[in-house]
Design a protein around this ligand. Sequence first.
Ligand code: G4P
Length: 538
Amino acid sequence: MSYKQQISKRRTFGIISHPDAGKTTLTEKLLLFGGAIQTAGAVKSNKIKKTATSDFMEIEKQRGISVATSVMGFEYEDFKINILDTPGHKDFAEDTYRTLTAVDSVILVVDCVKGVEEQTRKLMEVCRMRNTPVIIFINKLDREGQDPYELLDEIEKELSINVRPLTWPIGMGSGFKGIYNLYEKNLQLFKSGKTKINDDDIISISDLNDPLLDKQIEKGNADKLREDTDLIEGIYELFDEELYKEGLLAPVFFGSAINNFGVREMLNTFIKIAPEPRPRPTDKRDIDPYEDKFSGFIFKIHANLDPNHRDRIAFCRVVSGKFERNTFYHHSGIDKKLRFSNPTSFMANDKQILEEAFPGDVVGLYDTGNFKIGDTLTEGEKVQFRGIPSFSPEKFRQLVNNDPMKSKQLDKGIRQLTDEGVAQLFLQELENIKIIGTVGDLQFEVIQFRLLHEYSAACSFKPLNYFKACWITTENKEELEKFILHNKRFVTKDKDERLVFMAESAWALKNRQENFPDMEFHFTSEFKTDQEYIKQLY
Ligand code: G4P
């Protein structure tokens, strides 16, 4: 297969959802279709069980499993599909945001009973930042859910995206009869508990006035479907693939993942419309996947919790060219050449050394502490991929060293943990305070445990009452000096020495924004309006 064919056949995407909407179940069904697994239940997901919320060791154990399922690849109809797994637990939301930098599109799962939920909103915000194309799967139609029109309205309003249903449900819950494919014009009758869909389950009904429809789903349901299809044509514009690719329009499918129902329709449309590996912006220029020279970036680092194996795995998304084993590549973060003798692919429970990888693929690189999130690998060009920001953390605590003899270990440990993206570190120079910022409470326990077990450094935390940390910039030097003078206690530096304002409350932030009109307050670390930049590109 030619290099160009290798790229055009790849589809790399993520499945996102609020916990419990059915992401794991859907992933598994997709893998079944692709033949990557043979039986349901074969994928041990990185789903973090509800019962484990107070037991972070259990969570880390489960996260350990996620290394194996970080990338799940399978072949379907001549396409090589890579699903990048994203943790569902909200305390690890930042992992998910970063993984979304490495996908070209997403499938969003919505529970038809619960509709749009908190995590659905947050994840979609991240997708909108990059105009990531989205397909929506409305799940659990075998349950009494919300009215489909209301669900679609809610999605459009709350997620700020236009939708276009491509299939439509007939009934719901105990009265769920099946779905009608509005484009292929066929009917699929619901049977629960199926593990396979045979072609003969699909009944072609191109004219909805065909009496066959009444025979299949009873007259009442048939009349309702006729009414619904008229209404849908009236309300929604025809599906436009270009708008989907720009992230402005989401096609919607209805189904029941657990019953493997409605999944094939979505997969078949996915391979037709989902984008192939897309270009990515760097600080100097955009890099196209079809360029000859290899480039890629690190979007996730997974540490080994076992103290006997201190190595970590850095996950690299290949952006352009061909990645080859045992070849020297330039590492942007340390400005050195490195080569990898055991690059690994993680494919649905199967770990293999790989000789080569193409744009869209993810390579696992064993690392002894060289990598941090966002590092770029190239054949020599000194560029840095963008669009892999740190988000403003929501929880803050002061790091306290419990053993002054071990302050070196503590410094090293905390630096490495923040490189991995476990948390962010801010230094308040006035009182020489180290502030740790995270997205969830659990990370504090993880940090404390790992510092002690991996770096022999004992620490504790003092609570801090901050509302947000925002990066500050301005062209107005005088105003900056004034700002720092008036807010000494609240001005810190991140580990790249950039200034960060720690706001105690929404009011405090608003107050500073009003009093210092020339200052800019940024909520992600890549504030050079990457959003603008990325929008231009896609
Ligand atoms: P997640 O990864 O998004 O967190 O969700 P997951 O797939 O684990 O699904 C959450 C729960 O919803 C599971 O039940 C799963 O069986 C159920 N589920 C998924 N798809 C459907 C569907 O189409 N219909 C119905 N009725 N349920 C569905 P659980 O009881 O939490 O776990 P389990 O004991 O079944 O594993």
